[in-house]
Design a protein around this ligand. Structure first.
Ligand code: A2P
Ligand code: 11C
Length: 338
């Protein structure tokens, strides 16, 4: 049996990566359609060694496909994901639109693959936020072994998380500054080149940003444990691809750094790079960008807490944080449900 797939948002940073991962992996694909807004309809996007002509979302007939991989922004998914589902297509939505609805599954395949079964509720499965995905792939084996009570996390997030315009803003500002020209900030409220901004997504009433609160809400839903306390600070850094996170956890029972390293070295989707020497740790640019795994290093026992453990977690936010995770969900759907 073959499956016809629509990639919605196919001209964006995530959509382009979805198409390249679909071409690389071994899914039983029938037709693949590239869909975006009216603005880019008629243009071409790369799919393996050929090109697809982009179709207008407003005119696309979803009864032609069994799976829709959506990444066009929350307001567009809000309108079109239910329409696609009503036409019989299972939507895997990469936006924040449906994640917190109780009847929508929120899935990280290495953590809660069984939740995919809930796709029958509304025909929609939500893909979590990139910062949450990589953190939970690394923390799940530790939570299963000793229980996690509290997570303190500071993120160092790449501009590709914002989308193509932000990638261009960082590149443009960097070039201008190196040529002693003035810079303009349109996507971010302050200069991002050679700078660090403690602000991702909108501010909430409690002083946290929405990106930070996503990590709180999504961690509890995906782990299926409302008792986990999460305290995030989400920060944008001038990196193109790859989010990094300093993760500090407090566990129910003590776990040694050595035991954690051992568990993580066998965990699905994780690569441990943890040598206590210069360069013996993963980074966004040298390891994560353009690769699939979640890399973990700097594993050590917290000297300030008897049951504390510190980890450095790095992954390609556009791949594992978005496109790859969605396609892994599609693989589970195809193998076990459709
Ligand atoms: P388009 O190129 O036609 O604007 P990014 O997150 O990298 O900025 O990408 C956003 C993606 O979502 C693009 O593929 C963009 O298509 C698509 N998109 C944005 N708005 C709409 C819309 N109203 N209908 C369909 N696709 C949209
Ligand atoms: C970022 N995490 O890095 C965001 C991008 O909820 O899907 C993804 C936003 C989301 O800017």
């Amino acid at each position: 049996k073959k499956f016809d797939v629509a990639v919605v948002g196919a001209t964006g940073a995530v959509g382009e990566t979805m198409l390249s991962i679909l071409a690389e992996r071994d899914l039983p694909l029938g037709e693949v359609y590239a869909v975006a807004s009216e603005r880019s309809a008629g243009s071409r996007v790369k799919f393996g060694d050929r090109y697809l002509v982009v179709q207008d979302l407003a005119k696309f007939d979803f009864s032609k496909v069994q799976i829709g991989l959506f990444s066009p922004g929350a307001s567009v998914s809000k309108e079109y994901a239910p329409k696609a589902a009503a036409a019989g297509c299972v939507v895997i939505d990469n936006t924040s639109q449906f994640r917190y609805d109780a009847d929508i599954p929120l899935v990280v395949p290495e953590v809660n693959p069984h939740a995919v079964a809930g796709y029958t509720n509304r025909g929609i499965i939500a893909n979590p936020n990139c910062s949450t995905i990589q953190m939970l792939v690394a923390l799940k084996p530790i939570h299963d072994a000793v229980g996690i009570e509290r997570i303190n996390v500071a993120t160092y997030q790449a501009v590709s998380g914002t989308g193509k315009e932000a990638i261009e803003e960082l590149a443009g500002q960097t070039a201008n500054l190196l040529n002693a020209k003035p810079v303009e900030s349109k996507v971010y409220p302050k200069q991002i080149a050679f700078n660090v901004l403690p602000h991702i997504d909108v501010f909430m009433d409690n002083g946290y940003t929405k990106e930070e609160m996503k990590m709180v809400w999504e961690t509890r839903k995906i782990m299926g444990d409302d008792s986990i306390q999460v305290n995030p600070t989400a920060v944008r850094v001038p990196v193109f691809f790859g989010h990094s996170e300093a993760v500090h956890i407090e566990t129910r029972e003590k776990i040694t750094a050595e035991a954690a390293r051992e568990l993580l070295s066998k965990a699905p989707g994780v690569v441990v790079i943890d040598e206590r020497r210069d360069g013996g740790y993963p980074t966004a640019v040298t390891e994560a960008a353009n690769h699939d795994p979640v890399y973990v290093g700097r594993i050590r026992e917290d000297i300030s807490h008897p049951r504390g453990l510190d980890l450095w977690v790095v992954s390609d936010n556009v791949r594992k944080g978005a496109a790859l995770n969605s396609i892994q969900i599609a693989e589970i759907l195809i193998k076990d449900y459709l």
